[in-house]
Design a protein around this ligand. Structure first.
Ligand code: UDX
Length: 448
């Protein structure tokens, strides 16, 4: 009989995983402790913006016209335990308030609430990003609490999805990592992922700690790549070089590659910043903090980018070096394009700093306005890029949405007070903007 799957926690990761597993042909039951979220998902809607996800849900959520009916949602732990052979734990592991370490309370409570209901053989699969060592601890907890005893097993199967590409990354991952402690667990995971594996996705079997580390190491590497190119941007700017050309040239070396070398105002979001901090905190607990001191530098180069953007804007708006009485148009609020996520967004951080220093800031973002308004209610907001730029002394391009690349600089120039733009993402075309009379500055590039 085909395996039946459950997904515990229906945020970004969980909602996407549940819909993707239904797409692969499994019967899936999703659980969340938030009844409002369950109600939204059961109606085929998602509480965030993610391209393609609502369509995928619509194809499978039970009760929707024309759906496969393979995907249902509940708030009942007993129902989940009764239904599933394999339970994917996809809950959040945010940064602890005021600390580097990650907050494991959602993961711990998911295990504590599920395990006492596990009366028959089951595989619990952790997908959340956790400090190395968590899986071994959670396996022991499972053995202690589950009535099924050793028949309730644990596997660790980290998730690498990117916001904006969540559906594609889940259905067609670069690799599947299976941290297991038994052949049975490996067999079950191979069965779940048989479709992507058959299509050529590498399946890497490891022990628990290696599986946990693969995820944190991958994110640490990506963060390092971004901070490396941002460090080169600092040097290029001081030396009169062009970091965009530099990145292009070093990227032709296949060992380096072109991706994740876009200099700008740095990385943000719900993953990279908190994951490198939690990694450092965990290394400290393991007595190897020296191994990761470089991540402190990665973090500080990244945070410096935001301050540098504010300084560039200050220099540009006036000789007196003050934002008072100046109007600043901010294009972009989300931490990256194709997402409505504003968690630790460099764009909003820059907008907030300028606002606190007396600038009159007006923000526009294609999808992030609601979330931005909730987080920074005192900033000004406009309904379009054109409206944000109207009367502006300076335009700051801070999230590289396609919509912004397609703007007509001549049209914006006609409504701006001063034609001054700073590209914080190195994504706009300097030639195009300069041609229409704009003073164009970018990060790590020479002024024309
Ligand atoms: C990241 C990882 O990519 C993903 O594998 C993991 O599962 C979760 O964390 P995500 O947070 O969605 O995914 O964003 P990502 O696309 O990695 O971008 C992170 C940040 O880096 C964004 O703020 C982006 O603007 C910035 N970035 C990215 C750069 O500044 N320069 C680049 O070259 C690439």
């Amino acid at each position: 009989m085909a395996l039946r799957l459950t997904v515990i926690g229906t945020g970004y990761l969980g909602a996407t995983h549940a819909a993707a597993m239904a797409e692969l042909g499994f019967e899936v039951l999703g659980l969340d402790i938030d009844p409002a979220k369950i109600k939204t998902l059961a109606a085929g809607r998602i509480p965030m913006y993610e391209p393609g996800l609502e369509e995928l849900l619509g194809r499978h959520v039970a009760g929707l016209p024309g759906s496969s009916g393979r995907l249902r949602f509940t708030t009942s732990w007993a129902e989940v335990a009764e239904f599933g052979d394999v339970h994917f734990v996809c809950v959040n592991t945010p940064q602890k308030h005021g600390e580097y370490a990650c907050d494991m309370s959602y993961v711990d409570s998911a295990f504590d609430l599920l395990a006492p209901h596990l009366t028959r053989p089951a595989l619990v699969v952790g997908k959340s990003t956790v400090p190395v060592g968590s899986a071994a601890r959670l396996a022991a907890r499972l053995a202690e609490l589950a009535p099924a005893g050793a028949a309730a097993e644990l596997a660790w199967n980290p998730e690498f999805l990117r916001e904006g590409f969540a559906v594609k990354d889940t259905l067609h991952p670069d690799r599947i990592v299976a941290g297991v402690a038994s052949e049975n667990a490996e067999r079950l995971l191979r069965e779940v992922y048989s479709t992507p594996v058959a299509e050529g996705t590498p399946f890497v079997v490891t022990d628990y700690p290696t599986a946990e580390l693969v995820k944190t190491a991958a994110n640490a590497f990506l963060a390092t790549k971004i901070s490396f190119i941002n460090a080169m941007a600092e040097v290029s700017e001081a030396a009169g070089g062009d970091v965009v050309k530099l990145a292009e040239a070093i990227g032709h070396d296949e060992r380096i590659g072109h991706r994740f070398l876009r200099a700008g105002i740095g990385f943000g979001g719900g993953c990279l910043p908190k994951d490198i901090r939690a990694f450092m905190a965990r290394a400290g607990e393991l007595g190897v903090d020296q191994a990761l001191t470089f991540l402190r530098e990665v973090d500080s180069i990244n945070m410096r980018r935001r301050g540098h953007m504010v300084e560039l804007a200050r220099e540009a708006v006036g000789g007196a070096g003050s934002f008072l009485g100046k109007r600043i148009a901010v294009l972009g609020a989300t931490f990256k394009p194709d997402s409505d996520d504003v968690r630790d967004s460099p764009a909003l951080n820059v907008a907030g700093q300028i606002h606190l220093q007396g600038g009159q800031v007006t923000v526009y973002d294609p999808k992030g306005m609601d979330n931005a308004r909730k987080l920074f209610p005192t900033l000004g907001y406009a309904d379009s890029a054109l409206d944000a730029v109207r009367g502006a002394d300076i335009v700051l391009h801070l999230t590289e949405w396609r919509e912004f690349r397609e703007l007509d600089p001549a049209e914006l120039g006609a409504v701006a007070t001063r034609r001054h733009v700073i590209d914080g993402r190195n994504a706009l075309d300097p030639v195009l903007w300069r041609k229409t009379g704009w003073t164009f500055r970018a990060m790590g590039r020479p002024n024309a």
